[in-house]
Design a protein around this ligand. Structure first.
Ligand code: C5P
Length: 221
């Protein structure tokens, strides 16, 4: 079974994907990592994240192993990493170079220890529209920018990162705008995606709703 979860930053995609992966013994691919890895590589090399040629080369040379190594860097998950990722993600050559690596995962989904999984769960922006257009279940998870900013702000504070709520909201709005308005694979629900607005829902409520959908699909299979 392949499940895709797309939507804007901090809508709750990652939390939902991890809970589903655990319950249904599926392998999880957070596809934002591939763009964060390319963006951070440019930042660490002292190159501009607007340099499309350098970003294309970094994307072509990106491997799963390199991405995992970069993910240990403190800026991988910070807004430096998020902002760099959303800039390189708007470049068609970068997206093209990173597509196969993402699609290969669905062909042989495995856990971190190499054991085979019962399927794959993706989260990102275009996983239902471009990466896995034939997924068994496509979800588009969203929430108001204010609620998403509040969630992200709390995550940052929990990690000891000092940043104001207003700053986080501004960054979320900027990233939404870039993701929605880029020419290559803009953020939008797949035609056959189920839309889940989590503004008024807890993570547990979202999880329960989606489990019902997954159980129904599995019963019919
Ligand atoms: O999900 P995350 O915040 O880690 O993603 C970082 C950035 O990577 C996003 O803002 C988006 O620009 C880009 N991205 C993308 N397509 C994906 C996943 C992430 O363009 N499938």
């Amino acid at each position: 079974m392949i499940i895709t979860i797309d939507g804007p930053a901090s809508a709750g995609k990652g939390t939902l994907a991890q809970k589903l992966a655990q319950k249904y013994q599926m392998a999880y691919f957070d596809t934002g990592m591939v763009y964060r890895a390319v963006g951070l590589e440019l930042v660490l090399a002292g190159l501009s994240v607007e340099d499309a040629a350098a970003a294309a080369v970094a994307a072509q040379k990106m491997t799963f192993q390199k991405m995992m190594k970069l993910s240990a860097h403190p800026d991988f998950r910070s807004d430096v990493g998020g902002s760099a990722a959303s800039k390189v993600a708007a470049m068609p050559k970068v997206r093209e170079a990173l597509l196969k690596m993402q699609q290969d995962f669905a062909r042989h989904p495995v856990f971190a220890d190499g054991q085979p999984a019962k399927g794959a769960i993706y989260d990102g922006r275009d996983t239902g529209t471009v990466v896995c257009p034939r997924a068994d279940l496509k979800l588009f998870v969203t929430a108001s920018p204010e609620v998403r900013a509040d969630r992200r702000h709390k995550e940052f504070l929990a990690k000891g990162m000092q940043v104001s709520l207003a700053e986080v909201l501004a960054q979320i709005r900027e990233r939404d705008w870039r993701d929605e308005h880029r020419a290559a694979a803009p953020l939008k629900p797949a035609a056959d995606a189920r839309i889940l607005d989590t503004t008024m829902l807890t993570a547990d409520e979202v999880f329960a709703q989606v489990c019902k959908i997954v159980d129904d699909i599995q019963k019919k299979a």
